[in-house]
Design a binder for this molecule. Structure first.
Ligand SMILES: C[S@@+](CC[C@H](N)C(=O)[O-])C[C@H]1O[C@@H](n2cnc3c(N)ncnc32)[C@H](O)[C@@H]1O
Length: 369
């Protein structure tokens, strides 16, 4: 069987966790290659659909649809012409072109886009409106096509995901610095939590970590539209069989999301309801020192404030309180940390699970020993 060549885009730093997740979804390790910023995957149509239904760490999935070498315009257009565009874009349906060229004879990205567009022969959505990640639902019907040229080697891909995958659909309330749900999923995975012991996020903000954890442990799929569902080659029967399979609900322990801030707690409550998790995530307003945590050892997963001072309290005290509570309860801690001195203030010893960026800041996921 000829396999689809996928590039599963992952935030740099999360690739190995994404590969472990892919293995659980049923992708054989021999068909997954970890690269910087993603996974090269050889997949069946069914596996492409299953990744979208179940994977929590990837940002988007690109399907490689053509490749070749081009130093002249006719060579580039020859590579584009070889693609059976009718499989991915219905006649008359709009596409957006995302061109990047490096170290190549054909370097002018605007001119490359023009030559490619002439062959694809579909309306081209232009400007910011053309980026499906940035735009309103109507524009998301635009099929994104990626053209990469590196050292004269052309790679053509179509975006299989549409709206970015970290957009789960439950986030409605504004909050300062929410964590991306894909990074929250990676944190939860790094903590080793699977749903059978309590999980606490004592500084939950808008609730991302607790919600991601509860959705994953309870075996809930992503229930939204993906770009591949608009492809003329979309296999309805295969999709129906993927959506017809379920995963076990392994959430048997308490999930607690707490924050001292009233606005954060209100946002978390709204998000828990939106995610269909009422009764499965407890939302509590209290500062960490006054929170009641389950009295059996569990897992604490947290994205504490990184700034020097928050709300007038010294952050060292906050981290010291966190460390004391974790040690007293015999809990496992997985924490995002941007500052080794604050991590040290917990008094705990850590191993580093991964390093990535959050909102442009380098952060480490630390797990206590
Ligand atoms: C970086 S934000 C967490 C963002 C969250 N992960 C999200 O996805 O929205 C840190 C949170 O810690 C909370 N916080 C700060 N000091 C606290 C304390 N002493 N007790 C409880 N929460 C605290 C803040 O109110 C803020 O919501």
């Amino acid at each position: 069987m000829s396999r689809l060549q996928l590039f599963v885009v992952v935030t740099p730093g999360l690739e190995r966790l994404a590969a472990a997740e892919a293995a659980e979804i049923g992708l054989p390790a021999a068909r997954v290659r970890v690269q910087h910023g993603g996974l090269e995957v050889q997949a069946t149509e069914r596996q492409l659909y299953a990744i979208h239904r179940w994977a929590r760490i990837p940002t988007r999935v690109l399907l490689r649809i053509g490749a070749g070498t081009a130093r002249r315009w006719d060579e580039l257009q020859g590579v584009v012409r070889e693609v059976d565009w009718g499989r991915f874009v219905a006649p008359g349906a709009p596409v957006s072109l995302h061109v990047a060229s490096h170290r190549s004879v054909l370097y002018h990205e605007g001119a490359i886009a023009e030559r490619v567009a002439a062959v694809i022969d579909r309306p081209i959505a232009r400007g910011d409106d053309a980026d499906p990640a940035q735009t309103a639902p109507a524009v998301q019907a635009v099929q994104a096509v990626h053209v990469r040229i590196d050292r004269d080697r052309v790679m053509l891909s179509v975006d299989a995901s549409g709206e970015l995958l970290h957009r789960r659909g439950w986030r409605t309330a504004g909050h300062r610095a929410p964590l991306r749900s894909t990074l929250a999923a990676a944190l939860v995975r790094a903590s080793g939590w699977t749903g059978d012991v309590p999980l606490v996020d004592p500084m939950c903000g808008s609730g991302t970590i607790a919600i991601e954890a509860a959705l994953a442990a309870s075996g809930r799929p992503h229930d939204r539209e993906f770009a591949f569902q608009r492809w003329p080659s979309f296999e309805r029967g295969t999709w129906a069989s993927v959506t017809g399979t379920s995963r076990p609900d392994r959430l048997t322990a308490d999930v607690i999301a707490a924050d001292r801030d009233a606005g954060a707690v209100a946002a978390t409550r709204e998000h828990v309801t939106n995610a269909g998790l009422d009764g499965r995530v407890q939302v509590v307003r209290a500062p960490i020192a006054a929170q009641t945590w389950p009295d059996r050892p569990g897992v604490v997963v947290v994205n504490p404030p990184y700034g020097r001072r928050v709300g007038g309290d010294d952050l060292r005290d906050l981290y010291a309180t966190l460390g004391r509570r974790v040690a007293d309860g015999g809990h496992r801690l997985a924490m995002l940390s941007a500052d080794p001195r604050l991590a040290a203030a917990t008094g705990l010893e850590f191993d580093e699970a991964f390093t990535t960026a959050n909102g442009g800041i380098e952060v480490r996921c630390l797990v206590n020993r």
